[in-house]
Write a protein that binds this ligand. Structure first.
Ligand code: SF4
Length: 82
Protein backbone atom coordinates (compact mmCIF):
# COMPACT_ATOMS: atom_id res chain seq x y z
CA UNK A 1 0.00 0.00 0.00
CA UNK A 2 1.29 3.44 -0.87
CA UNK A 3 1.16 6.09 1.80
CA UNK A 4 -0.35 8.62 -0.57
CA UNK A 5 -3.37 6.36 -1.08
CA UNK A 6 -4.29 6.10 2.62
CA UNK A 7 -7.47 8.05 3.31
CA UNK A 8 -8.92 9.28 6.59
CA UNK A 9 -11.62 6.64 6.31
CA UNK A 10 -8.95 3.96 6.02
CA UNK A 11 -7.53 4.77 9.43
CA UNK A 12 -10.57 6.15 11.30
CA UNK A 13 -11.65 2.68 12.42
CA UNK A 14 -8.19 2.02 13.82
CA UNK A 15 -8.74 4.67 16.46
CA UNK A 16 -11.57 2.56 17.90
CA UNK A 17 -9.84 -0.77 17.44
CA UNK A 18 -9.93 -2.93 20.53
CA UNK A 19 -6.45 -4.26 19.75
CA UNK A 20 -5.05 -0.76 20.10
CA UNK A 21 -5.72 -1.16 23.82
CA UNK A 22 -4.24 -4.63 24.14
CA UNK A 23 -1.06 -4.32 22.10
CA UNK A 24 -0.06 -6.13 18.93
CA UNK A 25 1.49 -9.24 20.48
CA UNK A 26 -1.71 -11.29 20.39
CA UNK A 27 -2.37 -10.35 16.79
CA UNK A 28 1.05 -11.13 15.35
CA UNK A 29 2.03 -14.32 17.20
CA UNK A 30 5.10 -16.39 16.49
CA UNK A 31 4.54 -19.00 13.75
CA UNK A 32 2.65 -21.96 15.13
CA UNK A 33 1.38 -20.05 18.18
CA UNK A 34 -2.28 -19.84 19.08
CA UNK A 35 -4.44 -17.02 17.73
CA UNK A 36 -7.32 -17.90 20.03
CA UNK A 37 -6.86 -14.89 22.30
CA UNK A 38 -6.65 -12.51 19.33
CA UNK A 39 -9.84 -13.97 17.89
CA UNK A 40 -11.57 -13.65 21.25
CA UNK A 41 -10.71 -9.94 21.35
CA UNK A 42 -11.77 -9.47 17.72
CA UNK A 43 -15.10 -11.06 18.63
CA UNK A 44 -15.77 -8.17 20.99
CA UNK A 45 -14.50 -5.44 18.63
CA UNK A 46 -17.02 -3.16 16.94
CA UNK A 47 -14.53 -2.41 14.15
CA UNK A 48 -14.28 -6.00 13.03
CA UNK A 49 -15.93 -5.56 9.63
CA UNK A 50 -13.91 -2.45 8.77
CA UNK A 51 -10.75 -4.17 9.92
CA UNK A 52 -11.34 -7.25 7.77
CA UNK A 53 -12.25 -5.13 4.77
CA UNK A 54 -9.07 -3.10 5.20
CA UNK A 55 -6.93 -6.24 5.46
CA UNK A 56 -8.47 -7.77 2.34
CA UNK A 57 -8.24 -4.54 0.35
CA UNK A 58 -4.62 -4.01 1.33
CA UNK A 59 -3.52 -7.62 1.03
CA UNK A 60 -2.36 -7.85 4.63
CA UNK A 61 -0.59 -11.21 4.75
CA UNK A 62 0.41 -11.50 8.38
CA UNK A 63 -1.42 -11.61 11.67
CA UNK A 64 -5.06 -11.68 12.72
CA UNK A 65 -7.29 -9.02 11.16
CA UNK A 66 -11.05 -8.81 11.58
CA UNK A 67 -11.04 -12.05 13.56
CA UNK A 68 -9.49 -14.09 10.75
CA UNK A 69 -6.07 -15.67 10.64
CA UNK A 70 -3.78 -15.48 7.62
CA UNK A 71 -4.99 -18.87 6.37
CA UNK A 72 -8.64 -17.96 6.87
CA UNK A 73 -8.24 -14.71 4.91
CA UNK A 74 -6.49 -16.60 2.13
CA UNK A 75 -9.35 -19.10 2.06
CA UNK A 76 -11.88 -16.26 1.94
CA UNK A 77 -10.04 -14.68 -0.98
CA UNK A 78 -10.04 -17.94 -2.88
CA UNK A 79 -13.74 -18.43 -2.23
CA UNK A 80 -14.52 -14.90 -3.45
CA UNK A 81 -12.47 -15.42 -6.63
CA UNK A 82 -14.46 -18.54 -7.60
S1 SF4 B 1 -11.20 -6.85 14.65
FE1 SF4 B 1 -9.46 -7.54 15.89
S2 SF4 B 1 -7.62 -6.97 14.74
FE2 SF4 B 1 -9.36 -5.81 13.91
S3 SF4 B 1 -9.39 -3.87 14.97
FE3 SF4 B 1 -10.73 -5.22 16.10
S4 SF4 B 1 -9.48 -6.19 17.68
FE4 SF4 B 1 -8.10 -5.28 16.15
Amino acid sequence: MHLDTITAADIAWQQQALCAQTGADFFFPEPGSSVREAKRICGMCEMRSACLEYALNNDERFGVWGGLSEKERLGLRRTEQN
